[in-house]
Design a protein around this ligand. Structure first.
Ligand code: NIG
Ligand code: FE
Length: 419
């Protein structure tokens, strides 16, 4: 059996433990459950005890010899970060589109001309499973190096049964190959594939009648997501697809109100989605609908920056009572980043979240958005020992010194994976 691990004398231990049950809203988003001179005792990959160093000294006074000790004086320790929205499995790259956009083309212009999601779909269809695994592992390594220990991963660059299945199988295999925990989402409704142009309803029917039964049968996904957007899927199509997903035991998520406000937030509330994503153009009424139904607002400030759009109004959403999570949206078009620390920083600078709210949004609330809050997202007895030791003294400094990777050490299930 592996020796226990004791991380002690932590200058600031942000446990994220709170008395509020479920996703955190309003003032509880600022409650980081901070312990000064904190300590964590880890055994068999799980957190056994959390408290002050004095408390744990007392608790384990009889077994302090056969233990690995980390002295975290002058350091901040947080839960492993959770990214609840990624498109991390894809083939190829689209750096040429970056230049096109800087020269004035819009994201949707590029997509309508066969680029964007369509370009990545072509490259993903052509890639073998092994290619996709190899390309994705590099991105997962980078996530880990930035303190991220759990991510959601969507399909959606196949847009036919064969390739959607290939992407979801890659996600399954990566579970065995990489320390990061991946949570799979079926997003066959990421775009209407070129071969169904003008026959959008046919594609929606194919998704519902042919893809969903197989996704369920082969146990390939837990969530279902739809790009509800002008010129992609209408509110009605999105609703039909998400309701069908529910019949196949998938939990809805929605890319909502990203470029044009179609009422995606209201649809998320109506279909009881676990989360609504993007929300750049959401109205006050949409925010209220999310707050009332407890639908998590998953905000993606790196995407807004990258598309040079005004960020979602995260401040107002929190003030209206929406539980906010944040994410990289890691994808090859609108946000090719794997840095959750950058996203936390942008949440402060562009959406007016406080540093404490940004940390809650990247840990506990993010875990709630993928139904993993019983395992990860906070440092509490019995949870997985997914822990980050940062080269800063407190959580404010983490957000304040931006554009720098402050990760010193990452443990995944008690095992050191970054040092
Ligand atoms: O969340 N909005 C749609 N999907 C992704 C972008 C995917 C891509 O451009 O490849 C997003 O921004
Ligand atoms: Fe996305």
């Amino acid at each position: 059996m592996k020796r226990p691990l004791w991380i002690k004398h932590i200058n600031q231990l942000a446990t994220l433990k709170s008395s509020q049950l479920g996703p955190r809203t309003k003032a509880s988003m600022s409650d980081l459950g901070i312990i000064k001179d904190g300590s964590i005792w880890i055994e068999d990959g799980l957190i056994q005890a959390v408290g002050t160093t004095d408390e744990l000294k007392q608790l384990y006074r009889n077994n302090q010899h056969n233990v690995d000790i980390i002295d975290a004086t002058d350091h901040l320790v947080t839960p492993g970060l959770v990214d609840p929205h990624t498109h991390v499995v894809y083939g190829g790259s689209r750096e040429k589109e970056f230049e096109l956009r800087l020269n004035g083309a819009s994201y949707m212009d590029i997509m309508s001309a066969g680029g964007g999601i369509h370009a990545t779909t072509k490259m993903t269809r052509e890639a073998t499973e092994e290619d996709l695994i190899e390309q994705t592992i590099k991105r997962l390594d980078s996530f880990l190096e930035h303190g991220v220990t759990t991510i959601e991963a969507k399909s959606g660059y196949g847009l036919n049964l064969e390739t959607e299945r290939k992407q979801l199988n890659v996600i399954k295999k990566l579970q065995q190959l990489h320390p990061i925990d991946l949570v799979p989402t079926f997003m066959g409704a990421h775009a209407v594939p070129a071969e169904y142009k003008g026959k959008e309803d046919h594609y929606a029917n194919l998704l519902i009648n042919e893809m969903l039964p197989i996704i369920e049968n082969e146990n390939l996904a837990e969530f279902i997501d739809v790009f509800c957007e002008k010129d992609v899927f209408t509110v009605e199509q999105s609703k039909n697809i998400l309701e069908a997903g529910k019949r196949f035991n998938l939990i809805p998520k929605i890319h909502a109100d990203e470029i044009v406000c179609l009422g995606g937030a209201e649809l998320a509330a109506e279909v009881e989605a676990i989360s609504a994503e993007h929300l750049l153009k959401t109205t006050e009424q949409g925010m209220k609908a999310l707050a009332i139904t407890g639908t998590i607002g998953c905000l993606l400030p790196a995407t807004a920056l990258y598309l040079r759009e005004e960020a979602a109004n995260g401040r107002k959403m929190i003030d209206e009572g929406v539980a906010v999570a944040i994410s990289t949206d890691c994808n090859p078009g609108s946000s090719p980043t794997t840095s959750m620390p950058l996203v936390m920083n942008l949440a402060c600078l562009t959406m007016k979240l406080t540093p404490a709210e940004a940390l809650t949004a990247a840990t506990y609330n993010a875990a709630c958005a993928i139904k993993r809050e019983h395992m990860v997202g906070s440092i509490e007895k019995g949870k997985q020992a997914d822990i980050v030791l940062w080269n800063v003294k407190n959580y404010q400094e983490l957000q304040y010194r931006f554009g720098v990777n402050h990760v010193k050490t990452v443990w995944k299930k008690g095992i050191k994976v970054v040092n």
